[in-house]
Write a protein that binds this ligand. Structure first.
Ligand code: PLP
Length: 393
């Protein structure tokens, strides 16, 4: 009985989503008019863990917010976490904190690249990853993942290897993968690593969704495969997705290779370790005490995911594959024949804001990305509104 009550109370805390539209500056909730349900940008609507809120309150009460420097305890907690959760021994000297994953990716490419280098990116891709090479004035080589008849995206290793040119210097990888929800297996990672070694590529591995992984799947940092691949990989991640603290802007890069470390440090003068002090506090507390909350959160998200897959599969014309990780679903709406933009259709007719598939690379304009990191009630309302809009056609 106690356990039932306990679970009920825990669920209530994920069911309860504070008013983000009028009581906060939320990008997700304020971008669209008040009658639109936002199912787009990848943050969750739930409160962050009580222990994180408490740590932040204490830090705010301190009252002084000068420049920060991560405390030694944070490095230790991160290394311990990497070893216990991901079986990867990280040395504290490899870690660099940053104001965000995308900030760090841009900074690394700037620091390490030379004129004429190219960056290999798999599509569909989280739009800022797609845009980063161009922003850094490098060529972006796109290599599409391929979808099987169930809508599960996989790597076609032949296509990938063929797209590598003499100028390709970086492989910008995303695992768990946004937007497809794939959590790549050890065998897939080994094949990728082998290709990167053969072509002398530096792997920039964005693993920000590493903790949001559902049962039967396991996140493996690509750098943890072996020492050789570790030396050519920079892993960039954050506690931000896991603990819903993205607005606090704190991420980290793990750079085992000494030359890459120096390039990063020298290239980023004035930027290195420029981190929000509240982000450092929240991240440290998350790593110290966040495991229990994360377990409950994953249970809630899994229930949302299962409901979504079940319901969306009842809609004729939409194909969706159950994401193995992330709180994002990648909906193929091609067969609905909604015209050039299903995202626009759902915005106008269902008052639901999704991410438009077109922004994830060429060939995905018939997809929408749906964020299910919300209360069960919001999810139910969103799917009901989608169905009603389609029924009215
Ligand atoms: C794969 C991926 N990388 C990076 C980010 C953004 O991270 P940050 O806000 O730390 O730049 C996101 C956010 O949705 C993401 O999904």
């Amino acid at each position: 009985m106690e356990r039932v009550i306990d679970l009920h109370l825990k669920n209530l805390s994920f069911d309860h989503c504070p008013d983000r539209r009028s009581k906060s500056e939320s990008n997700k909730w304020r971008r669209y008019p008040a009658d639109v349900l936002p199912m787009w940008v990848a943050d969750m609507d739930c409160l962050s863990a009580p222990s994180i809120q408490q740590a932040l309150k204490e830090r705010v009460e301190h009252g002084v917010f000068g420049y920060g420097r991560p405390l030694p305890g944070l490095y230790e907690l991160l290394c311990k976490r990497m070893e216990t959760k991901y079986d990867w021994k990280v040395d504290p000297s490899w870690i660099r904190f940053s104001a965000g994953v995308i900030v760090a990716v841009n900074q690394i490419i700037d620091a390490v690249s030379e004129n004429g280098d190219a960056v290999l990116v798999q599509t569909p891709a989280y739009p800022p990853l797609l845009e980063t090479p161009g922003c850094r004035k490098l060529e972006c080589i796109l290599s599409p993942l391929v979808s099987d008849h169930n809508g599960r995206f996989e790597i076609d290793f032949e296509i990938l290897e063929k797209s590598i040119t003499d100028r390709t210097r970086f492989f910008l990888f995303c695992n768990p993968h946004n937007p497809t929800g794939r959590v790549f297996t050890r065998s897939e990672l080994e094949k990728l690593a082998e290709i990167c070694l053969r072509h002398n590529l530096i792997i920039l591995s964005d693993e920000i969704h590493q903790d949001i992984v559902y049962s039967d799947h396991k996140h493996i940092p690509i750098a943890s495969l072996d020492k050789e691949i570790e030396q050519r990989t920079i892993t960039i991640s954050s506690a931000s997705k896991t603990y819903n603290i993205a607005g606090l802007k704190c991420a980290y890069a793990i750079i085992p290779n000494k030359e890459l470390q120096s390039a990063y440090d020298n290239g980023g003068k004035g930027l290195v370790d420029s981190v929000n002090v509240l982000g450092l506090t929240a991240t440290e507390e998350a790593f110290r005490s966040g495991d229990g909350w994360l377990k409950d959160c994953l249970g809630y998200l899994k229930n949302n995911r299962n409901y979504l897959i079940n319901e969306i599969n009842k809609i004729k014309g939409i194909q969706v594959f159950a994401p193995e990780g992330t709180f994002l679903a990648w909906l193929d709406c091609s067969e609905l024949m909604l015209g050039s933009s299903p995202a626009e259709f759902f915005l106008m007719n269902a008052k639901i804001a999704f991410n438009d598939g077109a922004t994830f690379g060429d060939g995905y304009s018939n997809f929408v990305r749906m964020n299910f990191g919300c209360s069960f009630e919001i999810l139910k309302n969103a799917i009901a509104a989608m169905k009603a809009a389609l029924d009215a056609l």
